[in-house]
Design a protein around this ligand. Sequence first.
Ligand code: IYR
Length: 226
Amino acid sequence: MARANYIPLSTYEELPPEEMRREAEAFLAKMRRRRTVREFSDRPVPKDVIENCILAAGTAPNGANRQPWRFVMVGDPELKSRIREAAEEEERQFYQEKAPKEWLDALEHLGTDENKPFLEDAPWLIVIFAESYKVLSDGTKAKNYYVTESVGIATGMLITALHYAGLVTLTHTPSPMKFLNHVLDRPDNERAFLVLVCGYPEEGATVPEITKKSIEDIAIVVDRSE
Ligand code: IYR
């Protein structure tokens, strides 16, 4: 492939240390307000808001700039019902047969089960597909790189963008997810990565009282000794 033309980095903005500190603190405060929500209102959310959040996700760093993601925005009630039905079938098997006891024990405090009404209640389901390989116009396959990492980063940015827009999300991972290819008519080179349920919280929605790990628990500092 021809080498890209290199242009000056004109979009970068350096911040004075005080502002840098303020921005980092403000961002943390905003992110600490994000909660995964399982009870959704059916209030509509404009499509252009979701599209802009998806465009923000599409700025994610990724392997060889292949941008190996597809975001299917499902707002059609009929399709949402079909997704709910198929997901609940998979989930019934998960909760009643397949899941090892250790996994069920780990989930118990969240109170999740096979019932997924949010798949119909929420105005949008964003089904994220990872493009495992690209099919060229002559039908040959071209490998994509770091697909899971790339799609994972983009998904994190999408969740952040939707939170910034004043919406709530639920990362839903029915397993297995192959049914989503059939229901949404996606080709074989795409595999469903996760379903991001998105909208307004139901009035009176509750969330589990849980804590996040401290800086000591999640960061290891390797620095020059002072
Ligand atoms: N996919 C199932 C189970 C589930 C698994 C994990 I790990 C969670 O953090 C939450 C749920 C479900 O959606 O119910």
